[in-house]
Ligand binder design. Structure first.
Ligand code: HEC
Ligand code: HEC
Length: 376
């Protein structure tokens, strides 16, 4: 006997919470992806999404009735019939479990979702040099553009998928009047069939995963760097490692971390100290031998020897160009194109070369996205 006459209990509470956690974590990760300095939250939401996807795949094998993959209707003929009937018969009966369209939807969503999380984790490791895959940053920076492409367009595809899903549910709700919207809220579908039953151990498993996802989220956002968000490049105290450089080149502006320009650019800067951006730097300021030491340091640690995102992308954007200023590189221009010129005129900033005004810990070579101050 069904608990509620005319209705079938299809989605137990665990399934419903997880459904909304997937929806919520995707939306939140999508929104935070537009703000570099929200990378931490973006990754934290991504982890909820990841854990929920893993859960849903396991649930598809061991889960209760109506949720398992073997009840999915994936034959093309079934899908065709589903749409034909949908158009021809407004009052057709809906199945208690997944219909052919939602079966396909779920399989696709899990597939695309997996692409999103895998490419995201790899991108986080290789491009940002953060997290469990940061060790891959040593060798695979050539792939960041591919990963970025996959991560971005898989997310757009997922979003498109979500819109299709929502449209389908709305059509059910308002045209076929099947009360579909409430199914994922109350768990009941207006149809015929047997109520689903969930064993204690499955309920426990579902709630464990919900708890695990929430705990992971809080674990990530509550500390700056932990093993899930571990930094490969930690702050460098140039004052300790290269005091001469900081002393001599950090007088008028922050001593720029050497990985921000290629070797030849540093060579040009050092050969042209007589006319250094309108200032004259003579041997009275920095002796010839000090200049040589500094030049060697800069060249040894130039962009070519670094696998940091900024170095890799900067070099890539430069082609044959070797400008003397970071702010003259196409990469810098592109990453700062949305900042209105008036911002640089603010008292606290004064100049676009004053990187440290907007990049916290810049003087330690830290250009992590989380350290960007959008409104200095
Ligand atoms: C006498 C002051 C002074 C000293 C000393 C000095 N600089 Fe500069 N530097 C400037 C000025 C002025 C600019 C123009 C940008 C600005 O206003 O900050 C500049 C700009 C730069 C830029 C380009 C920044 C950009 O916009 O991308 C680099 C690179 C640079 N300096 C490297 C060095 C190095 C290397 C040394 C040490 C050998 C050094 N500077 C020492 C005054 C100085
Ligand atoms: C007025 C503040 C401001 C100044 C000054 C500034 N930046 Fe930025 N920078 C930003 C903001 C904001 C972003 C993020 C832009 C975005 O993606 O919308 C950014 C992005 C970047 C990025 C790209 C980060 C990424 O992962 O995409 C790099 C690298 C960078 N800045 C380096 C520098 C350097 C080097 C300097 C100095 C020569 C500098 N910035 C000066 C505000 C500033």
């Amino acid at each position: 006997m069904n608990k509620k006459p005319g209705y079938v209990f299809v989605w137990p509470i665990g399934t419903r919470i997880i459904h909304w956690m997937i929806a919520f974590s995707f939306t939140a990760a999508f929104i935070t992806s537009f703000y570099e300095n929200q990378l931490h939250s973006h990754v934290a939401f991504g982890f909820i999404f990841l854990i929920m996807i893993i859960y849903r795949i396991i649930w598809g094998v061991i889960g209760p009735k109506y949720a398992t993959f073997n009840t999915f209707k994936l034959k093309p003929s079934e899908l065709k019939y589903y749409f034909v009937e949908k158009i021809q018969n407004r009052w057709r009966k809906i199945p208690a479990g997944h219909n052919p369209a939602s079966s396909w939807f779920t399989v696709w969503a899990l597939g695309v979702g997996s692409f999103i999380v895998v490419s995201g984790l790899l991108l986080y490791g290789i491009q940002e040099a953060l997290g469990v895959f940061s060790f891959l940053n040593d060798h695979y920076t050539a792939y960041i553009w591919h990963l970025d492409f996959i991560h971005k367009y898989a997310s757009y595809l997922f979003l498109f998928w979500v819109f299709l899903h929502i449209s389908g549910v709305m059509i059910e709700q308002f045209w076929h009047k099947t009360h579909m919207v409430f199914a994922m809220v109350t768990g009941y579908k207006k149809t015929e069939g047997e109520d689903t039953e969930v064993s204690r151990s499955l309920t426990f498993f579902a709630f464990f995963m919900i708890f695990f996802a929430a705990a992971t989220y809080f674990f990530i956002i509550s500390s700056n760097y932990n093993f899930l968000t571990i930094q490969k490049f930690t702050n460098i105290d140039y004052n300790q490692t290269d005091p001469l450089y900081v002393n001599k080149c950090g007088d008028c502006h922050v001593a720029y971390p050497p990985f921000l320009l290629p070797e030849e650019s540093w060579e040009r800067v050092m050969k042209g100290l007589k006319n250094h951006f309108g200032k004259e730097i003579t041997e009275a300021n920095i002796t010839k031998s000090q200049q040589l030491v500094i030049e060697t340091f800069l060249i040894e640690n130039a962009a070519e020897s670094s696998t940091r995102e900024v170095s890799v992308k900067m070099l890539n954007s430069l082609g044959e160009l070797r400008p003397k200023a970071i702010t003259k590189t196409p990469y810098w221009r592109k990453t700062h194109q949305d900042i209105p010129l008036s911002v640089y005129k603010q008292k606290k900033i004064k100049d676009k070369s004053n990187c440290a005004a907007c990049h916290k810990d810049f003087e330690y070579g830290n250009l992590d996205d989380m350290n960007i101050i959008y409104r200095p």
